[in-house]
Design a protein around this ligand. Structure first.
Ligand SMILES: [Zn+2]
Length: 234
């Protein structure tokens, strides 16, 4: 019996040039979104100890930072604000002159071609550090969703190209889509963080944005040992 295979798949792996020809996955600059941490009311960069090599940038340096990033070939940025104007609701996020709106305007006027995709949440802007409005020691989903819509329309009005809601509120994407459309921003896209886990992996991020959180987010983020709590029940 002739056991010599006719189908020798390794022929397709035989050289670098052959492997390149048949490659399915590529990781290019266009696949990456660059996060920027911008703090208001500071003059010097602040190193983020939990994210070595990453700094909080003074708001006044944002335009230059974005120009440098664009010169490096980066086309997408996700600004995170470190607010000094916190309150119980995070209302600075729907102020047309608040930090979020200012960041978006500054980036778009420095480099109009840069796609701006702001994080849409409240934890950097609330004095309690949670991702929404608190009622009876819980984040109230529906009021928070209403506020997310206000924040989203404000960001769109400032010039955001795409929005990245990360609050993990039920119904947030639909509400934001309807709110954007009703305000005339049909072309502003939504990049939803569809799965966020209540995990200690967010520790470095919390330090980066100076979140005031005490307690945890287990009531609204996914249980990290069982993602089924995120999609099995209605
Ligand atoms: Zn948040």
């Amino acid at each position: 019996m002739n056991i010599t295979p006719l189908r020798r798949l390794r022929r397709l792996r035989s050289s670098e040039v052959m492997r390149d020809l048949l490659r399915e996955s590529h990781l290019l600059l266009n696949d990456l979104i660059h996060p920027i941490f911008i703090e208001e009311q500071i003059d010097q960069v602040v190193p983020i100890s939990t994210l070595p090599g990453i700094n909080r940038i003074p708001e006044g340096c944002l335009a230059d930072e974005v120009k440098q990033l664009y010169a490096l070939g980066i086309r997408y940025v996700m600004p995170f604000g470190i607010s000094h104007t916190k309150d119980a609701q995070g209302s600075d996020t729907w102020n047309d002159n608040g930090l979020l709106a200012r960041m978006v305007k500054t980036i778009k006027s420095a480099v109009p071609e840069m796609m701006v995709i702001p994080d849409i949440c409240f934890c950097e802007y609330t004095d309690h550090g949670h991702c929404g409005v608190m009622q009876n020691n819980k984040v109230c989903n529906d009021i928070t969703v209403e506020n997310l819509v206000k924040q989203s329309v404000t960001a769109a009005k400032a010039g955001a190209d795409m929005l990245a809601p990360s609050a993990m509120m039920d119904g947030q994407v639909k509400a934001i889509r309807l709110g954007l459309d009703a305000a005339g921003f049909q072309d502003v896209a939504i990049l939803a963080h569809s799965a966020k886990f209540a995990s200690s992996f967010y520790g470095p991020f919390r330090a980066a944005v100076d979140s005031e959180l005490s307690g945890d987010r287990k009531g609204y983020q996914l249980v990290f040992w069982s993602s089924t709590t995120g999609h099995l029940t209605l």
